[in-house]
Design a binder for this molecule. Structure first.
Ligand SMILES: Nc1ncnc2c1ncn2[C@@H]1O[C@H](COP(=O)(O)OP(=O)(O)OP(=O)(O)O)[C@@H](O)[C@H]1O
Ligand SMILES: [Mg+2]
Length: 316
């Protein structure tokens, strides 16, 4: 494997009773990358992150973390940190006390300035001395991230870290993770939000029922969406319909209900290049294009197509 790989996994398989949670999963994450795991509920994201954190052991396959075969060393001591499902904390202690206790449990003595800095970075500076019992879901997520950052990890594993975060919190977390990756650390995180992953990740791995159905740059995933439904509003709906019907490579999608007050819109299904041709013809025929865009964003459409969901049905 490459000396610069943070994770190198081959044929990882994990079985719980009669459930195959992961099947022959390969994963390569270079050092310094932010890598997203995405997939429907039950796809195996948490199971895979748990294997990377050393919380459980694969039934089959090989896994190397930061160049060391997993199982050879204790993850935390080895520069790996993070959480799965949701981060744990001591509810009776304040945010600051949680971090100082955790640091001393790990045998680390941290200057109080370090802890203050961490709390500020995750947006908990103002509530640093409040007990965690009264924290909201988003505040607990932020504390979990601070706890994971405490040991200055070289590999950070986060299971849905944006869960429960407001837009400002999400931006703060994105900034923390981007800074960490810029400093050479690797981040692997799961999310259900394709748009969040697209904004943050260099590459994503898409899991469906325990198998990898895509791994690579987000731009490549977007290209997998193939045909999409586009909503089209023009200055001449009747002419637009006539021309769209003549375009044999396009399908006019029927049955979409228009809400009262909606502008009369056509929904046409096709590839991007075919939609381009339609636009050229419409403009040539004197119809102005007032609105044109995919009904479902391309990333989401690729997700639905690759995970076996019927996007066209879901959007109706
Ligand atoms: N400890 C366990 N015992 C039995 N089955 C389990 C266990 N952990 C996970 N599974 C099963 O393994 C499969 C994958 O679960 P996992 O939690 O990894 O999915 P996920 O992608 O994280 O889903 P979600 O998006 O809902 O968090 C599911 O079918 C789940 O029921
Ligand atoms: Mg999960």
């Amino acid at each position: 494997m490459s000396a610069r790989a943070a994770v190198h996994a081959r044929s990882l398989t994990k079985i719980f009773g009669d459930v195959i949670a992961l099947e022959d999963v390969d994963l390569d994450v270079p050092a310094g990358q932010i890598h997203g795991l995405v997939g429907p509920n039950g796809a195996g994201k948490t199971t895979l992150l748990g294997l990377l954190l050393g919380l459980s052991v694969a039934d089959k396959g090989t896994l190397e973390i930061l160049g060391v075969p997993s199982g050879d060393v204790l993850s935390v001591a080895h520069g790996v940190a993070g959480f799965v499902d949701s981060p744990g904390s001591y509810p009776g202690l304040t945010a600051r006390q949680n971090l100082t206790s955790l640091a001393s449990l790990r045998g680390e003595v941290r200057a109080s300035g370090d802890i203050d800095d961490l709390l500020d970075r995750v947006g908990l500076g103002e509530v640093a001395d409040d007990t965690v019992r009264g924290f909201s879901l988003g505040m607990r997520q932020r504390l979990g991230l601070a706890a994971a950052l405490l040991g200055k990890p070289r590999l950070l594993i986060l299971d849905e870290p944006a869960n429960g975060l407001d837009p400002v919190g999400k931006r703060q977390v994105h900034q923390v993770l981007t800074d960490l990756a810029d400093s050479g650390a690797t981040v692997i995180l799961s999310s259900h939000r394709m748009d969040d992953l697209a904004a943050l990740c260099d590459e994503v791995t898409l899991l469906a029922t325990g198998r990898v159905v895509f791994s690579g740059p987000v731009s490549k995933l977007e290209a997998e969406s193939g045909e999409l439904d586009y909503r089209l509003v023009t200055s001449d709906p009747a002419e637009a319909r006539r021309i769209a019907e003549e375009e044999t490579s396009l399908t006019l999608v029927a049955g979409r209900k228009q809400a009262a007050g909606d502008k009369p819109a056509l929904v046409v299904r096709g590839h991007e290049a075919e939609i381009d041709d339609l636009v050229r013809r419409l403009v040539g025929a004197g119809a102005a294009i007032r609105e044109l865009g995919p009904v479902v964003p391309p990333l989401e459409a690729a997700f639905l197509a690759l995970t076996g969901a019927d996007d066209q049905e879901l959007t109706r």
